[in-house]
Ligand binder design. Sequence first.
Ligand code: G3P
Length: 204
Amino acid sequence: MNSIIAIVLAYLIGSISFAVVVSRLFGLSDPRTYGSKNPGATNVLRTGNKAAAALTLLGDGFKGWLAVWLALTYQFQFDLSDSTVAMVGLAVFIGHLWPVFFKFVGGKGVATALGVLIGINVWLGLGTFATWLIIAYAFRYSSLAALVASLFAPFYYALLFGARIELLAVVIMSALLIYRHSQNIANLMAGKESRLGSKKKDAA
Ligand code: G3P
């Protein structure tokens, strides 16, 4: 029973879309209506409001970290297995992708996945974030950086911990993240993907 409660709670935490909440607080348009229509930090940045984008990134990352941190901190008190902790990480991520509070229209999961990885292990999170930064700096594509980082994350996990149950959660998370970037992949291949820092005319 505790496991089900933990997983459902994680899903609910993940369902809070900070892109939508922060945009409302800042009086910006709903991010699901402009740019890539993705409720995520990259799309909020297209309004030109860096503070709102940073807050979205922090909020979406924080919720991923929080769910895993809570599960790990109370793992023994509530008799949660390692598989449950892995499922909690996956559940908060899935909540972000298909949020119950926003008609199941969620984001692509980059910030939340990063939060989950930091929650599992800070070096795992930092290594993945460093990968994102290097690719983003070199190519100026947020999506490409996320795709490359998500490919590396399972390898970083395996290097640090070997083949544990959490590795499966990290692999599934990466696979879902790549799936959610299908349109970005098509745009990248067609040379139509917008670069970091470029604003959308219809974003405000
Ligand atoms: O944060 C998601 C990012 O990787 C791509 O976002 O808005 O360019 O589709 P976007």
